[in-house]
Design a protein around this ligand. Structure first.
Ligand code: NOJ
Length: 544
């Protein structure tokens, strides 16, 4: 157990910048081509110098890695691929020493099919207490050969898989048996949260990691734990495509598998547990942030009521098109929706390990990067917390991973490229793969492009024009000029220009195709070169 750093400000998380570490791809200390806990520990000074407040680490628990850690076989141990419990303790201690908080990933919607509970469920008969921890049902049709309902998996194909059971009529043979629900891969069976054993198990998991000193949890699929009790068919007449190009296909009108009201009782219980470990506003405060792809900003706000979770990812900007009116609406809409939820400022995020990296979403190449830097600079001025994804500070783009190297389960289920392209291991130094990601010549688990030599941390470190130098300046500017300002934040679009005002700072982003005159004022920071005019795809902070 280690102690978090002392911080004078109450509610350390409310305006924190959190850096997402995708553990497999951040830094590899043991030379097997996959990132690990010791690799993260060795790079903590880099994160401190970048200027972030906390890191969120994707799952490091024992796991067959079918969904790269989001398929957990033991919530209370570290997968040997990433190290051991001692490495987790060392990471926590060192992070706290250098002034960084640590948020770990909790995966409560489903386990791995290798979890002892699921193995016991397979070995037990239908109707047994072992089966009742998951969602096993008989199939439809005269011989039960049709899935119990019409739900689809997020990773493509049906959300149900049929198992084989011992055949009582022969005594030794097997026959097709019940079906189990998996909203993601077949290797990720959904738990039945209506069974009290499930809630009790996860309270033990929370306490285990809180006792070790973690500062918070990111809750995977936080909107999915409860399903409508009847498991009725979904009305699939209105499919909505995922604008991020990743994996989420939604039927927004009718979703009996998402956002059920009972889920909020889970988060009330967790809030009580978290508060046992640190009072609200104290430096010891422990927090939870929901990964909840909610239908509306209003339903997002329900997850962060003052007796529930502290934060919820706000994906609205990430899914918005490149346009000043769209951005203005996202900012005002998000702030307004959360204005009712006491003590829950908004969050902002542009990239993560599930979506196409934002320079590529914004068109790629120099224009995509300029837009990405501009959007980031606006995001960092907004009230609340900002989440950065590893590699965005280097300006990395989505990589076109060759088909033979793809590993995302959604690629295997749909034949679509999937998410590997945003998960390519980071380039730290050198002129050829592995670019210092692994010691020696070990090649990373996803191949890196051959043209990343100018994008390494070492190559950008001393270059004032680099994206890394820009992120460091922007994070410092946030601490100096806007953080902690409790004056209202407003946003509006004047033609193609987004104008955000917060405290004494005016933020402009030119989303149009022509430069516009620059208003009077001292330039505090800009995302690219500016003069008397503000060029397209550029943002600036002005004072006075
Ligand atoms: C959301 C995670 O971010 C994603 O990577 C994972 O595949 C799914 N949840 C399932 O756990």
């Amino acid at each position: 157990m280690s102690t978090p750093p002392a911080q004078p400000a109450a509610g350390w998380w409310q305006e924190a910048v959190v850096y997402q570490v995708y553990i497999r791809s951040f830094a590899d200390a043991d030379g097997d081509g996959v990132g690990d806990l010791a690799g993260i520990t060795s790079r903590l000074p880099y994160l401190r110098d970048l200027g972030v407040d906390a890191l969120w680490i994707t799952p490091f628990y024992r796991s067959p890695q079918k969904d790269h850690g989001y398929d957990v076989a033991d919530y209370l141990d570290i997968d040997p691929l990433f190290g051991a419990l001692d490495d987790a303790d060392a990471l926590l201690a060192r992070a706290h020493e250098v002034g960084l908080r640590v948020i770990v990933d909790l995966v409560p919607n489903h386990t791995s099919d290798q979890h002892p509970w699921f193995q016991a469920a397979l070995a037990a008969p239908p109707g047994s207490p072992e089966r009742a921890r998951y969602l096993f049902r008989d199939g439809r049709g005269p011989d039960g050969s049709e899935p119990p309902n019409n739900w689809g998996s997020i990773f493509g194909g049906p959300a149900w898989t049929r198992i084989t059971e011992p055949d009582p009529s022969t005594g030794s043979g097997t026959r097709p048996g019940q079906w189990y629900l998996h909203l993601f891969d077949t290797s990720q069976p959904d738990l039945d949260w209506r069974n009290p054993e499930v809630g009790d198990m996860f309270e033990d998991v929370l306490r285990f990691w809180l006792d070790r000193g973690v500062d918070g949890f990111r809750i995977d699929v936080a909107h999915g734990l409860y399903k409508e009790a009847t498991l009725r068919d979904q009305d699939q007449s209105e499919l909505v495509d995922d604008p991020t190009g990743s994996m989420v296909e939604r039927v927004l009108r009718d979703e009996p598998m998402w956002e059920q009201p009972e889920v909020h009782d889970v988060y009330r219980r967790w809030r009580r547990v978290l508060e046992e470990y640190g009072a609200a506003g104290s430096p010891d405060e422990r927090i939870a942030v929901a990964e909840a792809w909610t239908r509306t900003a209003a339903s997002m706000a329900e997850f962060v009521r003052s007796d529930e979770l502290h934060q919820a990812f706000n994906f609205a900007w990430l899914t918005a098109e490149w346009s000043a009116p769209a951005f203005a609406e996202v900012v005002t809409g998000s702030i307004a929706a959360l204005a009712t939820a006491e003590a829950a400022p908004p969050t902002w995020v542009l990239s993560n390990h599930d979506v196409v990296r934002h320079p590529t979403r914004y068109g790629g190449g120099p224009v995509g990067l300029a837009r990405a830097r501009a959007a980031t600079l606006v995001m960092l001025a907004l009230p609340g917390s900002a989440y950065l994804y590893q590699g965005e500070e280097l300006g990395l783009e989505q990589v076109d991973v060759p088909p033979e190297a793809r590993q995302d389960p959604s690629w295997f289920r749909t034949g679509q490229p999937g998410r590997d392209g945003c998960r390519v291991p980071l380039p730290w130094a050198g002129t050829a793969p592995p670019y210092g990601f692994s010691p020696g010549d070990a090649q990373p688990w996803i191949p890196q492009p051959g043209d990343w030599a100018t994008l390494t941390v070492a190559a950008q470190e001393d270059d004032e024009d680099s994206t890394l130098a820009f992120y460091r300046r922007a994070l410092a500017a946030r601490r100096t000029w806007v953080r902690g300002t409790d004056e209202a934040c407003t946003a509006e679009a004047g033609g193609d220009v987004l104008v955000v005002r917060r405290g004494g700072v005016t933020v402009l982003l030119n989303a149009g195709e022509r430069s516009v005159p620059m208003p009077a004022g001292e330039v505090l920071i800009s995302s690219g070169p500016v003069g008397d005019r503000l060029p397209p795809d550029t943002a600036v902070w002005l004072r006075g």
